[in-house]
Design a protein around this ligand. Structure first.
Ligand SMILES: CC(C)(COP(=O)(O)OP(=O)(O)OC[C@H]1O[C@@H](n2cnc3c(N)ncnc32)[C@H](O)[C@@H]1OP(=O)(O)O)[C@@H](O)C(=O)NCCC(=O)NCCS
Length: 166
């Protein structure tokens, strides 16, 4: 069973110790530790950031973080979602020991379901960026209906999806 749980003193060490494969390090733009620090800063500024440990049958196998924000980056200017509210997938990873067991997909699905309940405010979209070489990520997001408007920042491709409201 997959669960998303808050970061607590009981799981923070395990979350920080999680690692992706050596050849996946270019695919992630942050670390779990940095994300937890960013979440602290964002939340202090009143910008919701939700870091969560991914558990499979009670074992910490991964980590994800999402935020609630306005899609106001200048590269979105000509897009229908410009200045709309959205949930943003800041980071998702499954430790190298546990990849390929559908944990990533199930955790992502759970996160989307959480977002559909609009816990931090109304939103029309879920957005994210993934490294252009990351085929697994591309396939994963496409399987949930994410599309790519053609926005590329550095080596990262934006993918976005309408958020189904519950
Ligand atoms: C991306 C990641 C989170 C996926 O988690 P996972 O548990 O390994 O993947 P899953 O077993 O749940 O598979 C999810 C989907 O990814 C795709 N996938 C998995 N392995 C794949 C591979 N080797 N090649 C292409 N697609 C693949 C499939 O579409 C799969 O869905 P399906 O089984 O229904 O076909 C994980 O591999 C990871 O942490 N990678 C390194 C960090 C990273 O890239 N994070 C994403 C940053 S945007």
């Amino acid at each position: 069973m997959i669960e998303l749980r808050k970061i607590t003193e009981d799981n923070i060490d395990e979350v920080i110790a999680l690692e992706v494969r050596e050849n996946q390090k270019d695919y992630i733009m942050t670390s779990n530790l940095r994300c937890i620090a960013d979440a602290y800063v964002l939340n202090e500024n009143g910008e919701p950031a939700i870091p969560l440990a991914i558990y499979a049958d009670g074992v910490v196998v991964g980590f994800l973080m999402y935020t609630y924000d306005t899609l106001d980056h200048e590269s979105f200017e000509n897009e229908v979602f410009y200045r709309k509210k959205g949930y943003f997938v800041w980071h998702i990873m499954i430790d190298e020991r546990y990849q390929g067991k559908r944990y990533g997909k199930l955790a992502f699905e759970k996160m989307l379901m959480d977002m559909e309940a609009m816990p931090y405010g109304e939103a029309d979209y879920v957005a994210l960026f993934y490294h252009m070489g990351n085929l697994t990520a591309k396939t994963l997001y496409a399987s949930f209906g994410f599309t790519e408007p053609g926005i590329i920042q550095d080596k990262s491709i934006m993918a976005i999806k309408n958020l189904d409201k519950k």
